[in-house]
Design a protein around this ligand. Structure first.
Ligand code: UDP
Ligand code: MG
Length: 312
């Protein structure tokens, strides 16, 4: 099979029929063999009935996954990825903001130009400024932290992957914002970008609003960075900082002792006293955190899951 399309959706009943017939048209025109996974993320409208209807009309191509409740876009993608069979996997939003007309070009970038992952880039974006402005900031940070310098738009819903990629990354929490980074950490480094058409939302409204998404977004980025750099060796970061602090505290203690012996100073009057106190306590705590981190990572069931590309 050439292409699997994965579509996470939450209350998008109005868009689905139009979206599917558009995808079908593009696939038929290009003679692709394909399948479409609609992942219904706990919709409270009639989305599921619409999907069932589409399934009866197109039993060979339409698949549905229905969550019992709303878990989020990442879990929806994750469960879709688990079932796909196409050589190239396309993800797109259900709200008709992403155009299925981009699929053939994305497909060719994966199969002919050898990309592992191609992210859409909404060069001209039809969203309110309250969304577009923070997104610029977010992308600049993500570029720096992840080291993927050529991506303008990490969080574009329209992306194409080599099948291997989606089978080897774990999109959890709200990590769909950082799939290119996840892919890179898993060893898929040929990551590209394609400028894509973007439309204003036709029906319903955006499911990602409000400020907490930025706080969460940055915390997630921090977690990923930490996992990438020290996930397998937490002691290297905590132990280092802890030792450094402890040593500083020790120096302060020595200075205090010398001062006491030579100069009869009041120990609690000296700034070194406070330095010694805080540094030694913090240092020990960080050290302990490092040990705990090591213990936890030693106990993680997937601690020795390394990505092996080939073996005989
Ligand atoms: N979505 C989802 N679960 C959620 C929130 C959103 O599956 O909890 C889907 C939504 O239906 C859409 C896609 O994720 O297909 C992107 O959402 P939206 O268009 O609201 O985001 P925006 O384009 O405004 O960033
Ligand atoms: Mg949208």
């Amino acid at each position: 099979m050439d292409i699997s399309v994965v579509i996470p959706l939450f209350n998008e009943e109005e868009s689905l029929p139009e979206l599917f017939s558009w995808i079908k048209r593009v696939m038929d025109e290009n003679r692709f063999t394909y399948e479409v996974f609609f992942v219904n993320d706990g919709s409270t409208d009639h989305s599921w009935q619409v999907i069932e209807q589409l399934q009866t009309e197109n039993p060979d191509v339409v698949h549905g996954i229905k969550f019992r409740r709303n878990y989020g876009k990442s879990p929806a993608l994750f469960c879709g990825f688990a079932r796909v069979q196409g050589d190239v996997v396309i993800t797109m939003d259900a709200d008709l903001q992403d155009s299925p007309d981009e699929i053939p070009a994305l497909y060719r970038m994966i199969t002919e130009e050898g990309y592992d992952l191609v992210s859409g880039y909404k060069q001209k974006r039809y969203d309110p400024i309250s969304k577009t402005l923070p997104t610029k900031l977010f992308n600049a940070t993500a570029r720096r932290v992840s080291g993927i310098k050529n991506l303008h738009d990490f969080n574009c819903g329209l992306k194409a992957y080599r099948k291997e990629v989606v089978k080897h990354i774990e999109v959890y929490g709200e990590m769909h914002r950082y799939i290119p980074y996840l892919a890179k950490n898993a060893g898929f480094t040929k990551i590209g970008e394609k400028a894509v058409q973007h439309q204003a939302r036709k029906f319903g409204k955006s499911k990602f609003m409000g400020w907490n998404r930025f706080v969460n977004g940055y915390l997630d980025l921090l977690s990923l960075w930490f996992l990438d750099s020290f996930g397998l060796k937490p002691m290297h970061v905590f132990g280092f900082v802890g030792t450094l602090m402890f040593l500083l505290g020790l120096v302060a203690v020595v200075l205090l002792a010398i001062g006491k012996i030579l100069g009869k100073l009041w120990i609690t009057d000296s700034p070194y006293f406070y330095l010694a106190l805080t540094m030694m306590i913090l240092g020990t705590q960080l050290f302990v955190a490092g040990f705990l981190g090591e213990l936890i990572s030693r106990n993680a069931p997937e601690r020795n899951n390394y990505q092996i590309e080939k073996q005989f």
